[in-house]
Design a protein around this ligand. Sequence first.
Ligand code: SDX
Length: 425
Amino acid sequence: MSNPNNAVLKIDGKEIMLPIVTGTHGEMGLDISNLRNSTGLVTVDPSFMNTAACYSKITYIDGEKGILSYRGIPIQELVKKARFVETAYLLLHGKLPSRDQGSKFSQLLTRHSLLHEDMRHFFDNFPRGAHPMAIMSTMINALSTFYPNVDLLSLKEDIDTSATRLISIFRTMAAFAYKRSIGEPVVYPCPDLPYCANFLNMMFSSPVTQYELREETVRILNVLLILHADHEQNCSTTAVRTIGSAQVNLYASISAGISALSGPLHGGANQAVIDMLKKIEKDANIKKYIDRAKDKNNSFRLMGFGHRVYKTYDPRAAIIKKECHKFLRSTKISSPLLNVALELEKVALNDEYFIERKLYPNVDFYSGIIYSAIGIPENMFTVMFGLARLPGWIAHWKEMIGTQTKIARPRQIYVGKHVKEFSSR
Ligand code: SDX
């Protein structure tokens, strides 16, 4: 009788038992950690379509049912009852902060909101049109030269200092990068403003204008940052965990995550969606773009559509779509691109190509419309994604440092040439 918790691999007349592991919600996996030792075989799974890289307690996604929860709490609960800073604490520590823990965490965010003045001048030397994601990846990597004592031990013992420094300084750097790009003087963080309000103030106030902080704008920004805060083993989180496994410091690991996120197939999609919607609006021809997306010989993809894990509507996209309508209505901002997006979604979700491949709007499809309505420029959309994803990246880095002692180093199947000898030239 085969053990229900084992799979049997029959090879070369031998039977190898492979343990079956089961997750909290019943998801099952084949543990192959002893496969090569017992058979000499490796598994082959380019892009890890079928491979779980680790065990994790941080985020759960059910791609078929469209479920997403952080430390067991559904995102629908968090966007209703928590702020982004509390969600960041939840991801880092596994539970929502008590009042005292929350206020200590906020004090650390305030204390670490200032950029080293020498770093402020770095912005003066980037080319004017430099993409903010390239600037952010460089600046965050450079942080480790200003805080060289951030090592694994200090991190494990005092994750809040290193985490709040990152989460707070990234926000300051993002606002400084934006101010530099429009030729305005930077606005320093204000100790009396909470996280999201402080960011908006640094972005949109100036020595001659006081930005009017509207409750609805602060709320919607909290919602967007919460929805983007983590997403288990996505490409950029995998980059952070992989780089971190070589015992690289947190800042350099996060810098790699920022670079991965900037790709148009990943976080860069939110900016690409707006570019696409503008083209569709100008051409007034949705069918042309739907046909291009379906054309095998055309590399064009419907940006903001499809997902490696979600084979139903991305639960984040559903919330963002609803919030988008609410925000535009309450601020009386009109967005022609929202109408284009709604029409594009309607046509695509009724097209056999998209239905058959289970392609639905993902987190990036509507988010840019809200960022635009807030006044955030398109080249800053992916920076917003990175700002939100920081707590998730740090939580995964911390989990990996705490549980995985080995360096991440996959195998391969060599299919190249074999040369016995060559005549010297
Ligand atoms: C994010 O992983 C995460 O969790 C990421 C993220 C997070 O929070 O960290 O959720 C954030 O990155 C969201 C995704 C943002 N990217 C985009 O919106 C770019 C457009 N989407 C696609 O490029 C694509 O859907 C991916 C990259 C998101 C997923 O690609 P997969 O899983 O590798 O799917 P695939 O390329 O194998 O596609 C399967 C089929 C193919 O057709 P066939 O070869 O079977 O005929 O679906 C087609 C694809 O051509 N397809 C699309 C499509 N996405 C997939 N066709 C047209 N338009 C699309 N958007």
